[in-house]
Write a protein that binds this ligand. Sequence first.
Ligand code: BTN
Length: 268
Amino acid sequence: MKLIELSERIDRTRFKVLQPRLSVMESTTSTNDIAKELARRGAQDGAVVVSKTQTRGRGRYNRQWLSPEGGLYASFILIPRLEIEKAHLLGLLVGCAVVRALRETSGLTVGFKWPNDVMLSGRKVAGVLSELVATEEGGFRVVCGVGINLNTEPGPDLMHAAQKATAVVTETGFESDVGVVLLSVLRHVDELLDEVEKNQSYSALVEESRRMMTTIGQMVKVETQDGEVRGEVQSLEDDGSLIVIDSSGNRHRVRVGDVTHLRLTTGS
Ligand code: BTN
């Protein structure tokens, strides 16, 4: 399905809370930058900027996100649900929707690595970059940018040095339809938002993310603003933070950070 056809033919009656409106671009700098500008001007819930390629795709910590044709590069504009302090959980929600969508469209075992990486066969296949934007009228929007390596093998410089990357095509051997994957992500974002609104809580979402997480029980290194923490991941808390127990038994609550799974070496 061509992205432009999807934007014209999307059936909004099948959505429960989102009213997706797609702006499709051939190429742009970064869909997050375009979406942030639209958000500042008060774009509505469900506005989506999608581009076939990006020239300045960004990941977390301003890392480069190489964006050749064949991947999915989309930014979703969402209105924060519940308290504004919980707005960051929308990034988790979109990550969860990406895991669901990739499981559905590829049939593969896809997992989630805190806080925003989507993993396939132990390698990163997708990431979410969420940014809070203040509107001109004093409101807020969250821009959740999704990058998925679908039909192009990621180059070695695609990711943080410690992270190995993969693409859906590498694992399945067949090409994915970018429009079909985008529609699936949108449907799952809609379902998850509906659940949050009905329950007036993010706890079911956090519970689902726990089940998807490859991080719990793993030995990790977490780079935080206050330094490095090494230890075993104990849990994902309801506020989206990660609890890590270090070798002295100290408990660390990490709200923002970058996780590397450590492999335990055996032998001498
Ligand atoms: C990460 O893993 O660090 C997040 C990567 C997010 C990349 C996507 S691609 C679409 C959107 N536009 C950007 O510039 N970044 C996000």
